[in-house]
Write a protein that binds this ligand. Structure first.
Ligand code: SF4
Length: 497
């Protein structure tokens, strides 16, 4: 066990850095009032860590100390106060000091340095908004957050691409999310809101009825306020777990209510085992512009191990069928670091994807969350320090060979090697919904169980959220109350419209 003692309010920030270096080891946090080390706090610990800050004429002195049976090491640094956001400065001083101590002591660095949040691009956009140039921004990211040269380059490149779609901001332009929380079976790594059709299939029709009501009543509000829809995204779960007539009902309504001005209409067709010609034809009929077919890996043994009920052959056949039916913007998702996979498995996956030539490829890094079966069964991939990073480098290089460039990025907690998820696409075929959703400069109106509507008050730099109920039965039975809450939230933003 690791014991971490702090004399400030940023224990969780310091603990996040400790977790980077020590993975899942248990961390016990204690607070101390004085700066003296109280040895009694440290009984039973394998590693003892201390993080303190002191204020000295115009600067913050951040100190970190580590004791193990073998050694004691310290790192101290004085950070000049710059007068803005003192709390933020203190947090960063605590993180930097702890990172430098552990990095020196364990001889390890991480590509995202002290950035443990999910949206590193936010910092780049803030600096671009203030008028700083490329050189300054990359230098700032490396110096203040200790991110690697490659990640600084990647962040800047993505921010530049995103800005073509983020600006000009029009508060009356929104994006729409429609959630289908059903899947044929549950993948072992899944932590999304997903209900297997075996158990919840009988609820699908009632679910659709409730959600269509939510969509109709919200569309009426949107019309009254003069809102227009930029993008529509149907995700899940797996939207293609619906049968063709259920899917038709949904797409017909979505297209009629929101489709007239939308420049992008995505429908995930995630699991190849749910894709049929009928469903693809329905999508074509209602002018879906972009679909996603997600192999995750092109190795059949891994697919079995992670509980996906399809094989590589099915993925290839579904993709070819979609192409024959005229889909010219197809995304594929893969996951790096799946249990039992190494570089040779990735090569096989990339070779097969290379033959299919999708327009975009989203590369995820395995993240084991509490709600996943893998975590419950303690079957998580063995620690493979360095391998997932190598895989990311190889996969990113491969996307360049396919003529793609990175266009959006986000991170999650518990990702292998603290890496990232990156969307790559051919230029001009970026998923605008993904960019808007991650950068949070546009209001997103979301429908379905567990869907979160976000209203963005751009001039106040403020975001408000309203989440629907996660449980499908409760979502259905309490739909009116959720519609009311959503309209109230939207009403606050558009009260003067
Ligand atoms: S297809 Fe996606 S949402 Fe469905 S169970 Fe698998 S990981 Fe979860």
């Amino acid at each position: 066990m690791i014991k971490l003692v702090v004399n400030h309010n940023y224990a969780s920030e310091a603990a996040n850095i400790v977790r980077l270096f020590y993975g899942k080891q248990e961390i016990e946090i204690a607070e101390m009032e004085a700066l003296e080390f109280d040895q009694s706090l440290f009984q039973d610990a394998e590693v003892l860590l201390q993080s303190t800050i002191e204020h000295k004429s115009g600067s913050i002195l951040a100190s970190s100390m580590m004791q193990t049976p073998e050694k004691t090491e310290e790192y101290n640094e004085a950070f000049e106060r710059n007068g803005t956001k003192p709390e933020k400065q203190e947090k960063e001083a605590v993180k930097l000091s702890m990172y430098k101590l552990l990095s020196n002591s364990l001889n390890r660095t991480y590509p995202w340095g002290i950035l443990t949040g999910i949206r590193p691009l936010k910092i780049v956009h803030e600096l671009l908004d203030k008028g700083f140039d490329e050189e300054y921004i990359k230098g700032y990211m490396k110096e203040n957050y200790l991110i690697s040269n490659e990640k600084a380059e990647l962040s800047y490149e993505i921010a530049e691409t995103e800005r073509k779609f983020l600006y000009p901001i029009d508060d009356k332009k929104v994006s729409i999310y429609i959630g289908i929380p059903f899947c044929p079976t549950r993948c072992h790594y899944c932590s999304f809101t997903s209900n297997s059709l075996d158990k919840a299939g009988s609820l699908v029709d009632d679910y659709l009825m409730a959600m269509l009501k939510e969509m109709n009543e919200t569309a009426e509000f949107m019309n009254n306020k003069g809102l227009s829809v930029q993008t529509i995204y149907i995700g899940g779960g797996t939207p293609t777990s619906l049968n063709a007539s259920q899917l038709e009902r949904l797409l017909e309504t979505a297209a009629e209510l929101f489709g007239s001005e939308a420049i992008e209409f995505t429908c995930e067709a995630g699991r190849p085992d749910t894709i049929t010609e009928d469903k693809l034809r329905v999508m074509k009929r209602y002018e879906v512009t972009r679909i996603s077919i997600n192999p995750q890996t092109m190795n059949d043994d891994t697919l079995k191990r992670i509980g996906r009920a399809h094989d590589t052959k099915q993925t290839i056949e579904s993709f070819e069928l979609a192409r024959r039916l005229g889909f010219d913007n197809i995304n594929m998702d893969i996951i790096l670091g799946l249990p039992g996979e190494g570089l040779e498995h990735l090569e096989r996956t990339l070779t097969e994807i290379g033959k299919l030539k999708p327009e975009s490829l989203t590369i995820h890094t395995m993240a084991i969350k509490r709600a996943s079966i893998i975590n419950e069964k303690q079957e998580a991939a063995e620690s493979r320090e360095g391998v997932t990073s190598e895989m990311m480098e190889r996969a990113a290089g491969f996307t360049r060979q396919l003529g793609m460039q990175p266009y959006y990025l986000y991170r999650q907690k518990h990702m292998a090697e603290n890496l990232e998820n990156v969307g790559f696409s051919k230029p001009g075929l970026e998923c605008i919904y993904n960019i808007q959703m991650i950068e949070e400069r546009q209001t997103n109106i979301a429908f379905g169980a567990d869907a979160i509507t976000k209203t963005v008050f751009n001039t106040e730099n403020r975001i408000e959220r309203q989440g629907n109920i996660k449980d499908i039965r409760l979502y259905i039975s309490r739909i009116d109350e959720q519609i009311e809450k959503k309209l109230k939230l939207l009403g606050d933003l558009y009260k003067n419209s």
